[in-house]
Design a protein around this ligand. Sequence first.
Ligand code: AN7
Length: 336
Amino acid sequence: MPGLIERHMDRLPFEKGDPIISLGEGNTPMIYACEISERVGARVWLKLEGLNPTGSFKDRGMTCAVSAAVRDGSNAVICASTGNTAASAAAYAARAGITCAVVVPGGKIAQGKLAQSLIHGARVIGLDGNFDEALKLVRELVETEPVALVNSVNPFRIEGQKTGAFEIHDVLPDLAALAIPVGNAGNVTAWWKGFQEVGAAPRMFGFQAAGAAPLVLGHPVENPETIATAIRIGNPARWTEAETAFAESNGSVRTVTDEQILEAYRLLANKEGVFCEPASAASVAGLLVHGADGVEDVVCVLTGNGLKDPDTALAQGGGVTPCEVDIEALRAVVLG
Ligand code: AN7
């Protein structure tokens, strides 16, 4: 299967003969969510972006950002990240044979994302600060150093991520709404751009964690906090673009609490069989809490794979039942 640059080259800033760094990203499954549809009172679909090569939607943008960096002669990339961008940048840089540095909030990213970044050979820098501080520093660094910045301030990231909208539009051309978690606001910007390019205009329903909700509050949050570490962001780089997407699409941006996020996270796993990371569950939590505002159908973007964050799953799941090697003991604990 070709990657998304080859599939969508007519709508992307690439030409035949350009170097393409791909891991076979995109073309993710979309499945119907029976239980959630019933609870929300609308047809709810789940777009499983956690099934991209590194386990998150970031791969759509990263194939474009790293391919463009290679085309332009870069031999190093850098990003600030809450974890998924780091894992994706590390993988695509490894594939391209270039070096990668990732700057993450020290001790505040999920274990799986850290493991990925390390095993792909990135230089992992644990900053004594949060994502917003990391991004500010990295932007300053690339002003003087010959390193390509692959955060979503890079327009190639937006170009790649907009292809999710093409895939949904092929299946649901009259889709009424998209529910999406919002952190740095690159993804909602990209999805809205993608829908516009195919002449569609579903309402963009964005959801932020209550402790990290600058777009809802209307001002930056100095010390963002949420269990959904992926969206622990207080000053989104794509602020104005996100506001435009919500306004133009007749959408909205609202909050969900950590408890509501975790409830949706458990519900997705228990009733739909879908294991996503906490930040991704914010989209479903938002619909469950705020309703679907009368729309008939809505796609929730499940942005990252649940395996990214084993610690949260272990804390939220049931415990392990011990058993000695004995058939009666086993019968008792299995049936008990
Ligand atoms: C699972 O990896 O910002 O609003 O540095 O990992 O485009 O930022 C991750 C963000 C949603 C929010 N869900 O998307 C990073 C990073 C997951 C994420 C978001 C992120 P944006």
